[in-house]
Ligand binder design. Structure first.
Ligand SMILES: [Zn+2]
Length: 439
């Protein structure tokens, strides 16, 4: 049920759709594209955060902390995915606090402001940074993932204030970089000590409450053979003959396919909200001369796994051992597994459906007129650090995910407004409201 104060906020949002749209368009104009491996040599990220800082100051935020993380100095416990070699300069993190009028529960609103590259411009029919509005959709890289979410959460706060209401609990806004590459922006904020009683991340979730994400492990398997002249007869390998590493790599590729198939039906890999584990070869390099029997093949893979997985490395090693056990050469020359160090993977995460923040968000969705449902992500979001590092019950909740990372990425105005309302209701109910003194 929506009470009279809440209705004032919803009415304000309805009377001011254009303001939400215009704010999102301003955010889209910043070209905050995540670099793959190089460093950021321009000031788009810095200008974006200066703009956000101005907005937060107008909203009454205090203690606005803006800093650049040094990946080399971050703690890197297992599962944190820290890449110490990544250059995070010129990509500031911002955390601001809106002090509550009382002592009620505190809330983090977290959004990443980096976006994936636009890709082939020829595939777009709209300017990726133009924020064009056509037929009820706002187009642009990040409109969906997830500057639309940032616009919704900050505008929700603004409308609560303009309705003459003050929140009882503290609100922390975390506007972070590098989610699309490393998730170290949010990890740095967690390690700096910022915490709250719950967190909302408006990542796109098709307007459902996202409570589970899979963990991620990337790595490389190196398969060895023995070089020899490809056009000369070869003795048996036990008599010193050549061994084709590409042929041996086939066994490893088959083993990966078998593992994925096995996990597909294995009872402990079944989760109500996310798909079962997989391991998929994604890059392969092998051989170096067209008339030399190849002596080495490198297979890079992507592996995702459900919450509840105890030791993914051990599961992969076991599978590789089984492959090697079935081949006399591989038994003596086992493939090597490289996961980029003990920290080279990211933990999965989930929160219970019974968590109050989950129930708060489900009820808010229902009150906005949207079927309240839970969902899970096949991939992961920054919630992994808020949940695993800081033990903060965290949900994802945002617009349709279908156009994320695609050409002509968009968010519909309808969903942007519904999201603003849903977040506004969630904030008010979580943190408590009172009539503000200066209203
Ligand atoms: Zn995202």
């Amino acid at each position: 049920m929506i009470d009279a104060r809440e209705q004032r906020v919803l009415d304000l949002i309805d009377a001011n759709h254009q303001e939400v749209i215009d704010f999102l368009r301003e955010l889209l104009a910043f070209k905050t594209v995540t670099p793959s491996s190089e460093s950021v040599e321009h000031d788009e990220f810095i200008r974006h955060q200066a703009f956000i800082k101005e907005i937060l100051t107008e909203l009454g935020f205090q203690e606005i902390d803006v800093w650049e993380a040094d990946a080399a100095k971050l703690d890197a416990p297992p599962g944190s995915g820290v890449d110490k070699s990544r250059d995070l300069r010129n990509m500031p993190i911002l955390v601001g606090r809106l002090p509550g009028a009382g002592e009620d529960r505190s809330l983090i609103l977290n959004g990443h402001y980096d976006v994936v590259p636009p890709g082939l411009l020829g595939s777009w029919t709209h300017d990726p940074f133009g924020g064009e509005v056509v037929d009820g959709k706002i187009y642009g890289r990040g409109s969906n993932d997830m500057k639309g979410g940032i616009a919704a959460m900050l505008k929700a706060l603004e409308f609560i204030g303009r309705a003459g209401l003050a929140l009882e609990g503290d609100i922390l806004a975390q506007i972070v970089p590098d989610e699309e590459a490393s998730c170290m922006g949010t990890l740095a904020a967690c390690q700096r000590g910022y915490t709250a009683d719950a967190a909302i991340i408006p990542e796109p979730t098709n307007m459902r409450v996202g409570t589970a994400v899979r963990g991620s492990m990337g790595g490389r398997v190196t398969v060895f053979g023995r070089a020899g002249h490809a056009e000369q007869p070869q003795p048996h390998w036990q008599e010193g003959g050549a061994v084709n590493a590409i042929s041996k790599a086939m066994r490893v590729l088959e083993g990966m396919a078998e593992a994925t198939e096995q996990w597909h039906t294995q009872p402990d890999k079944q989760h109500p909200l996310v798909p079962p584990d997989h391991i998929i070869p994604t890059v392969i390099h092998g051989g170096d001369w067209s008339v030399t029997i190849p002596e080495k093949v490198e297979i890079e893979f992507d592996c995702m796994f459900v919450p509840g997985t105890k030791d993914k490395r051990a599961e992969i090693e076991e599978k590789l051992d089984a492959v090697a056990a079935n081949d006399p050469w591989l038994r003596e020359n086992p493939p090597e597994l490289d996961l980029g160090g003990p920290e080279g993977w990211i933990y999965p995460a989930e929160v219970s459906e019974d968590e109050p923040i989950v129930q708060t968000a489900l009820q808010a969705l229902a009150d906005v007129g949207i079927q309240p449902e839970l969902m899970g992500f096949g991939s992961l979001t920054d919630c992994v650090h808020l949940i695993n590092h800081s033990q903060i019950p965290t949900i994802n909740l945002g617009a349709d995910i279908e156009s994320a990372h695609s050409a002509d990425e968009f968010v519909t105005i309808e969903q942007l407004i519904d999201l603003t309302k849903t977040i506004a209701l969630s904030i008010m109910r979580w943190s408590g409201v009172r009539e503000s003194a200066d209203a």
